[in-house]
Design a protein around this ligand. Sequence first.
Ligand SMILES: *[C@@H]1O[C@H](CO)[C@@H](O)[C@H](O)[C@H]1NC(C)=O
Ligand SMILES: *[C@@H]1O[C@H](CO)[C@@H](O)[C@H](O)[C@H]1NC(C)=O
Ligand SMILES: *[C@@H]1O[C@H](CO)[C@@H](O)[C@H](O)[C@H]1NC(C)=O
Length: 390
Amino acid sequence: MYFSLISLFLRLLYISQQVMLHSSINNCQSWLLTVCLDGSLPGYHFQKGFGSGSNNWLLHIEGGGWCNSIETCEIRKRTALGSSKYMDPLIPFDGILSHQSSQNPDFYNWNIVKMRYCDGASLAGHPESEFKNGTKLFFRGQLIWEAIMSELLSLGLSKAKQALLTGCSAGGLATLIHCDDFRAHLPKDATVKCLADAGFFLDEPDILGNRTMSNFYHDVVQLQGVAKSLHKNCITEMEPSKCIFPQQIIKNIRTPLFIVNPAYDFWQIQHVLVPAGSDPDGYWRRCRLSIQKCDSTQIENLQGFRSSLLKAVGKLQHDKEGGMFINSCFVHCQTWMAETWHSSNSPRINNKTIAESVGDWYFNRKVTKEIDCPYPCNPTCYHMDFTQPS
Ligand SMILES: *[C@@H]1O[C@H](CO)[C@@H](O)[C@H](O)[C@H]1NC(C)=O
Ligand SMILES: *[C@@H]1O[C@H](CO)[C@@H](O)[C@H](O)[C@H]1NC(C)=O
Ligand SMILES: *[C@@H]1O[C@H](CO)[C@@H](O)[C@H](O)[C@H]1NC(C)=O
């Protein structure tokens, strides 16, 4: 479901320049051991910076859900999210990845990298957990993160003057998990910050009161040994699967952080608040596909979910170096497409696009803590409608 929804969104976009996949590089030992779920090599796309951006680096981590069982990982390893055998060698770089200043006013001339996501655990799996029940699945997300970082450092990232780690959805979560490690690899005098887009998954019960998301993350963490990539302070205090939730991760992040998240993230509505099994009577069938089809009781539920998000990001409200853009739209990722990142019909808060808000925060032009008024007040929103044929 998730993947088809995302590809639906993709079809709305125009294609700009295409960027090559690098994958059979570097023959050092650790790289050879670093593989996707199916044993194929991981990869990334790289577009070189120019002019005043030559020493600046933006790393974007691809998203695409998680696998929480042998069965779902077996399915995933036959897709581009589990194997580089299925990845398109050329992909478009739009929005925050774009080399056009009109689309991407602050980062267009930076070195831009898109790390492909092929481990199923937000680049945080560990090989000690492999080969359960005789299956051949590789859980090496943490090694993929380290190998690609080491390659990029040798390509010039180690001399970065300014850097931004970002990613969307499961890649937004990976951004939070690896943010301080990214910082630690770069020069002390460099400006280094992190931006998580639609990665703020909430530890909230679903509409039946079941802890669907919490149970799901519990299984991902168990299956792939993710605890080793989570903060020690947290895992000594509580169950590791709690520590993968952003509201816990941000308590320990020391690098300046910006959160872009819609208050009515459709992925979270469809998987956290109203997962498929929680609505046997179909009362939510239309509402979970289109916010415009929700009745007033359902909207009340969604407003409760929004309040939980605002509470969960509360720490960043008081953090001098933190920033946020929480708009009241029914969308998911918003940074890697031109339409939502920066265009004449982008969603805005206080008349600023996401690109302008992130730029103001990154370059310390303005304190940026943008929180939209509740749905349906913002006429600039782009609301997805999955009840319409595309
Ligand atoms: C391995 O098999 C056992 C017994 O069939 C089962 O209980 C367990 O959940 C399986 N482990 C995984 C990770 O699938
Ligand atoms: C979810 O909650 C309902 C009602 O409390 C319960 O009957 C059901 O078994 C729960 N489902 C799961 C998967 O835990
Ligand atoms: C909003 O910003 C645009 C430029 O991005 C400007 O042309 C317009 O006048 C602004 N509108 C308001 C109401 O300030």
